[in-house]
Design a binder for this molecule. Structure first.
Ligand code: NAD
Length: 279
């Protein structure tokens, strides 16, 4: 059965809109795009559209490919001090001459809607309340929407990136799953996967997880967004063959992607409340 990320995302955005309609001052999100990465442009467009939908003030700042690190850091400093802006998102990847870690660390942690700042990442690690990065936050909502109990379940995360693999492993752990992290050096990945009640695939290789790698009735979260030569999108899971064997699966598109955006809208509201001193 599909987990419908589009529907869940719509529901969350409607809830946010209802809340925002009652506010005198609108939450403001700044999205910074450096360069001409086509996928990044699409993501930024989706984020802007979502802001319009929920009633946020959104500010898109597009900088040229050859923008210096110093110029970008100056812009972030301005946004950190801008009273109309409650969330700052720098679309990754940045051009190679810019140090992404330095840029992310320069964002006010209370405006870090992506949850990538080391302080927010560290808080997640030790289980403190924090701004949780959007994709992992959305994934937990998707799993919860199936009503399966994560308590004691075997969860396998394929991929160990800072933006998906590591934080989702921590969140699954917080939800009392027994978590195994797999990656490019993992030996006998299939064995780990066949033992899993929940698989989160964040690899970046189209159709990587095959039907013979998954246990009957397990839950599959497909994070991958892979553009194929014919222009279509494919996930990291071979949806066609896996779909009938598992209990739940997120489709690509229409699964994790929309929930990432919904989580970004949620995080912006959370940052707004911190910055404006509400609650
Ligand atoms: P990444 O390239 O940073 O990490 C990929 C991970 O896959 C690495 O940790 C690597 O060890 C692992 N890996 C590579 N080959 C492997 C193999 N043969 N066996 C096991 N593990 C292997 O990627 P990322 O940023 O985590 O993104 C992963 C995918 O998710 C991409 O397709 C990306 O576009 C997508 N993504 C989607 C969203 C969304 O909102 N839906 C958000 C972020 C990323």
């Amino acid at each position: 059965m599909d987990i419908n990320g589009r529907e869940l995302s719509k529901k969350i955005k409607n809830e946010i809109k209802d809340e925002v309609d009652k506010l005198d001052k609108k939450p403001g999100l700044a999205v910074v795009l450096v360069g001409e990465n086509p996928a990044s442009k699409v993501y930024v467009r989706h984020k802007e559209k979502a802001c319009q939908k929920v009633g946020y003030f959104s500010k898109k700042i597009v900088l040229q490919d050859n923008t210096s690190e110093e110029e970008l850091l100056t812009l972030i400093d301005e946004l950190n001090n801008d009273n109309l802006i409650h969330g700052i998102l720098v679309q990754l990847p940045l051009p190679k001459h810019i140090d992404s870690d330095k840029v992310i660390s320069s964002i006010n942690p209370n405006k870090d809607v992506d949850g990538f700042h080391p302080l927010n990442m560290g808080k997640l690690m030790i289980g403190q309340k924090t701004i949780i990065s959007c994709t992992p936050k959305g994934i937990i909502e998707l799993i919860k929407s199936t009503k399966i109990d994560m308590n004691g379940k075997n969860a396998v995360v394929i991929g160990r990136s800072n933006i998906v693999g590591k934080p989702i492993a921590l969140l699954l752990l917080q939800n009392n799953a027994t978590v195994t992290m797999c990656h490019s050096r993992t030996k006998n990945l299939k064995k780990h996967c066949l033992d899993a009640d929940i698989i989160v695939a964040a690899v970046g290789i189209p159709n990587f997880v095959k039907e013979d790698m998954v246990k009957k009735d397990c839950v599959i979260i497909d994070v991958g967004i892979n553009r194929l030569d014919d222009g279509t999108l494919a996930g990291d899971v071979d949806y066609k063959t896996v779909h009938d064997k598992v209990s739940f699966i997120t489709p690509v598109p229409g699964g994790v992607g929309p929930m990432t955006i919904a989580s970004l809208m949620r995080n912006t509201l959370e940052c707004y409340k911190i910055i404006e001193g509400i609650e």
